[in-house]
Design a protein around this ligand. Structure first.
Ligand SMILES: [Zn+2]
Length: 223
């Protein structure tokens, strides 16, 4: 298996009424074997950016990684996820059975949810202090850890709610935060993982092009 550079993202183009995903544009179409010319602008190659980012470069964000391996290597879509929060220097604060950790390595391929808008200067200035003080609380001692009820997600969400309270904003439940901010990202990520795995194994992923089918219908209807 060739390994791909996930940072660069993937490429999509259309030919033979198919959407073809790959890591580089081939000289010949993998479906018809003809050299690639594009009849329509929307058939030409476009890049599909990777949904994964280097968490250490995401300030004041909520991050997700698989507990073992990385999203693009060794993640089967079912294994547990681990979450953390970054400070303004990309240090990832996270909680597990051995307590709070502040790490500058290991979160290079993450799903990231930014928590602060760039113009929220007041909050940005306080962020590191809030995060450090919050994390020293005894709620996050190792002995309080519980895999299901008091875990990395409990910690991250409690911090988010602490910030919301300081900003006089409404608290968020776990399901609300997950549905609004996490699920849209994980959905995108899981589509990308499927494409990536196919392309790693077969060089291409070939799917039906919704565009083309729609246009065919229009062609039939026009006189
Ligand atoms: Zn073709």
């Amino acid at each position: 298996m060739q390994s791909l550079d996930s940072e660069k993202g993937l490429i999509k183009f259309s030919h033979c009424k198919k959407d073809i995903f790959c890591s580089y544009v081939p000289k010949l179409c993998p479906v018809c074997g003809q050299s690639l010319n594009y009849r329509r602008l929307e058939d030409a190659p476009i890049s599909i950016p990777s949904p994964f980012v280097n968490g250490h470069k995401q300030i004041c964000s909520f991050l997700l990684i698989p507990t073992t391996g990385t999203f693009l290597r060794g993640y089967d879509g079912r294994s547990d996820l681990h979450v953390g929060i970054t400070n303004t220097n990309g240090l990832v604060y996270n909680y597990n059975e051995t307590g709070i950790h502040r790490v500058g390595l290991g979160w290079e391929q993450c799903i990231s949810v930014p928590l602060v808008q760039p113009d929220m200067y007041g909050l940005l200035k306080q962020w590191d202090k809030y995060l450090e003080e919050f994390s020293t609380g005894e709620a996050w001692f190792p002995n309080r850890y519980d895999e299901h009820h008091h875990n990395c997600y409990t910690y991250a969400l409690a911090f988010i709610n602490c910030v919301l309270a300081a900003e006089n904003k409404q608290q968020m439940s776990k399901s609300e935060f997950t549905e609004r901010f996490v699920i849209p990202q994980t959905r995108k990520a899981s589509k990308y993982i499927t494409l990536y795995q196919e392309i790693t194994e077969n060089s291409f992923y070939i799917g039906d092009s919704p565009h083309q089918e729609k246009n065919l219908e229009e062609d039939k209807l026009s006189p």
